[in-house]
Design a protein around this ligand. Structure first.
Ligand code: ADP
Length: 264
């Protein structure tokens, strides 16, 4: 028996084990970091509206707001900040359930055109208030997709809500076309656009471009993270293209019913 060989083997085994332990430790550290970042983000997003509500309430309580008109303004701000807290909690719950695979989709053959028309209709008043047009462009004879209708509407609402929010003039187009075994849906705006460096990050939870200056952005920063999860649950694909100052195009591909029949 060659003992030097055995000792060499043993040393090798110990080294491999040490490396594995090191990896586990790194992974644990990473998960802890992710968890801490998440909690810091939730706290920040909750604290911003709560601080505003507290400040306005204190001013009212101390009798500092004498004019009835000013008082009404304070109430309005407090109301809208309360809504913001509610939106955040709703989005958070939704995202958590999606990420933990606790969402069952009710998938049926869906007429995409109907969903798009409904979503366009629900945003038309808000868009027109800003002087924006919403156009719907549907290809003839679009195949049906196999999807959860309400969730597809939710995906599109998130895109259109952003398009309206980040566009000052021009129009928002909702386009649907068939492409191989997919239906491709696009939301195209003529808004502020997104810089190349931020383009990948917008799908991360809580990411908002230019956070400092986006105090007026009443979003939660969770919309696109939710979209990503929903598209994945539909076995779909997503992408975004943007040209700062000119506009953005958000695209999703959802499988048609024939694509589903072929794979199952
Ligand atoms: P939010 O609730 O802030 O809208 P989202 O996850 O929906 O959160 O979007 C993340 C960020 O991506 C937004 O805060 C914004 O900076 C950027 N963004 C999303 N859609 C658009 C768009 N159509 N035009 C310009 N910027 C956009």
């Amino acid at each position: 028996v060659d003992t030097s060989d055995e000792i060499g083997d043993l040393a090798h085994t110990i080294n491999t084990m040490a490396e594995k332990l090191e990896k586990v430790e790194q992974e644990r550290h990473h998960l802890e970091q992710v968890r801490n970042d998440f909690l810091a983000n939730v706290s920040h997003e909750l604290r911003t509206p709560l601080t505003a509500i507290q400040g306005f309430l204190e001013a009212l309580q101390d009798g500092l707001v004498e004019e009835e008109e000013a008082r009404q303004k304070y109430y309005a701000v407090m109301y809208s900040e309360t809504m913001q807290v509610n939106r955040l909690v709703d989005d958070l719950m939704d995202l958590m359930k999606l990420e933990n695979n606790e969402v069952n989709l009710a998938k049926f053959p869906v007429n995409v055109g109907e969903v798009i028309n409904k979503v366009a209709f629900s945003f038309r008043a808000e868009a027109e208030e800003k002087g924006l047009q919403i156009a719907v462009e549907l290809a003839d004879e679009l195949p049906k997709i196999y999807a959860d209708k309400d969730r597809v509407a939710q995906i599109l609402k998130n895109f259109v809500k952003n398009a309206v929010k980040f566009t000052e003039k021009g129009e928002i187009r909702l386009i649907a076309e068939s492409e191989d075994n997919w239906v491709r849906i696009q939301v195209v705006d003529t808004g502020i656009g997104i810089a190349a460096d931020d383009l990948n990050r917008i799908w991360e939870r809580f990411f908002k471009v230019d956070r400092g200056r986006s105090k007026n952005n009443k979003g939660t920063g969770l919309g696109l993270a939710i979209v990503k999860e929903l598209v994945e649950l539909h076995d779909g694909k997503w992408s975004v293209e943007s040209s700062p100052g000119h506009g953005s195009t958000f695209t999703v591909w959802l499988p048609t019913i024939t694509a589903i029949r072929q794979t199952s």
